[in-house]
Design a protein around this ligand. Structure first.
Ligand SMILES: [Zn+2]
Length: 505
């Protein structure tokens, strides 16, 4: 039994009752309605995915199969500046301009997903609702309005504030604006979690900005999915650690999350310059069709693609246009070859035919850095992935395998095979560390009174199966999962939906 706090495994019984941990100890004298013999394998707190995109599909498929099968019992969503409330200004079918995170939590409770769900307030969504899609500074009045929305989100139970500063419209926010609207996080000691403005040539400047924003807002800092993209930036990781350590020495609380893969996933439009996306999708598509802008857009886009090694390191993960479905899972240079076009024209054509929305995987990071990040004392493990199923509505495109494999991959590949970090340390980075960072005080640990979220797995066999070429394969080695005391996986998933919205107070 691992308590989740980093202690070595001990032999102990764990008793659940009423949705909580009732007792922990050697040879407990209690009998249960259901008893699991976990001798020789690991019993740990259910894993807490501190940066999850499970909100993308959970209403279509509340079973959250890939999440449960990894042993994850809590998904922290609302990441990268995008939360499910508030809605963008003038959004299509917009009947709920005023929708709050509190109302969304109520919908989650009605849904009863298989895993628990906590959410950050997405500062990009807030800007979208108040300022819209344009690249302009917010007015003083708009900043007051945005801060009020953020403050209300914390009253409703948000567990942090997130940004995605490479994404529109969040990217149009200045440092001062972000400080001003993040301040409600400060007194609650909840994090400013940021997908930074840049993760390649301006990585260090972006770290400095992130530190400045959290310091200005007076709240802890979480660097989302820490990475250095492009071989020429890989050596910058040491300087990143130095900056984070300096921030810590100055009294700040800082950490980062990381997923165990050398490729990221984002939108193909992310390779295109920010200025081309000012004003939203229609304006972006208009610029792509404008011959006068073509050279500038092409120059910037090619530079970004070359930084990660060219179009051969870009894999298409999802499209909506039926004719392009055959390209899902292919590298962009292969798509270009099939179409008899060059890489840039191929990328541009895909974006035009798919109304600006094309998913991509970019092979841009170094294995050595991934190992270093996982082992680092400031790390928490995240998937950055969605809730996926191998059949049904949550099977879409050719996604990054992280949504199916992250936690077993860390425990199997990195702990057991590569010995990159000790087992108890990895478990802590998946349980008490993330839970405590986002204010979930009774999760991520196995102690009397804590939530009945449990993952039973075999450290000798736990492994990921999903790959970039063949992502729709569930992980193996997770033997049992309990969510709020309810058996949700017992060798097989049980169809249980015992998760709830976790409001942080
Ligand atoms: Zn991100």
């Amino acid at each position: 039994m691992f308590d989740g706090l980093g202690g070595a495994g001990i032999e102990a019984d764990v008793a659940l009752h009423g949705g909580r941990v009732h007792a922990v100890g050697r040879a407990l004298k209690v009998t249960g309605a259901l008893e699991i013999d976990a001798r020789g394998i690991a019993v740990a707190p259910g894993f807490v995915d501190i940066h999850s995109h499970a909100d993308g599909s959970m209403f279509a498929d509340p079973l959250m199969e890939s999440v449960i099968r990894q042993g994850v019992t809590t998904a922290i969503v609302g990441q990268d500046g995008g939360s499910n409330a508030p809605r963008a200004k003038g959004a299509e079918g917009d009947d709920s301009d005023q929708a709050t995170l509190g109302a969304w939590f109520d919908r989650v409770d009605q849904l009863r997903p298989s895993a628990n769900v906590a959410s950050m307030i997405g500062l990009g969504s807030v800007r979208g609702a108040v300022v819209g899609a344009d690249d302009r500074p917010a007015t003083a009045g708009e900043i007051i309005q945005m801060r009020a929305i953020v403050a209300q989100a914390f009253v409703d139970g948000a567990c942090g504030a997130s940004t995605g500063l490479e994404y529109t419209p969040g990217a149009f926010a200045s440092r001062d604006e972000l400080i001003a609207i993040t301040t409600p996080a400060g007194p609650r000691r909840l994090p400013y979690s940021t997908h930074m403005r840049n993760e390649d040539d301006q990585l260090l400047e972006s770290i400095d900005e992130a530190i400045a924003i959290a310091r200005g807002a007076g709240c802890p800092l979480e660097i989302a999915h820490l990475k250095a993209q492009g071989p020429r930036n890989w050596p910058k990781l040491a300087a990143v650690y130095e900056r984070l350590a300096a921030a810590q020495r100055s009294g700040m609380t800082v950490w980062f999350d990381v997923y165990p893969y050398v490729a990221y996933q984002t939108g193909l439009s992310n390779l295109f310059p920010l200025w081309s996306k000012d004003g939203g999708t229609t304006a972006f598509l208009g610029r792509l069709a404008d011959p006068a802008l073509r050279t500038r857009i092409q120059t910037d886009t090619l530079a970004k693609a070359e930084l990660i090694g060219g179009w051969g390191n870009v894999q298409i993960s999802s499209v909506s246009n039926a004719d392009d479905k055959r390209f899902e899972g292919l590298r962009l240079d292969a798509v270009a070859k099939a179409l008899g076009a060059d890489g840039f024209d191929t990328a541009l054509g895909l974006l035009v035919r798919n109304r600006g929305s094309v998913g991509m995987i970019g092979f841009a990071m170094s294995e050595e850095n991934v190992v270093s990040e996982l082992a680092h004392p400031l790390a928490a493990i995240c998937s950055d992935g969605g809730a996926v199923a191998i059949a049904g509505p949550a099977r879409r495109g050719s996604p990054h395998p992280r949504g199916l494999g992250t936690f077993p991959r860390v425990l199997g590949h990195y702990v057991r095979e590569r010995k990159a970090l000790p087992l108890a340390d990895a478990i802590a980075k998946m349980t008490s560390v993330p839970a405590s960072r986002v204010g979930l005080r009774d999760r991520g640990r196995l102690s009397v009174g804590s939530a009945g979220d449990v993952c039973v797995f075999d450290p000798a066999t736990i492994s990921d199966r999903a790959t970039f070429a063949d992502p729709f394969q569930y992980a193996v080695g997770v033997k049992a999962v309990f969510v709020n005391g309810v058996p949700t996986l017992l060798d097989r998933t049980q169809g249980a939906r015992a998760g709830r919205a976790l409001r942080v107070r």
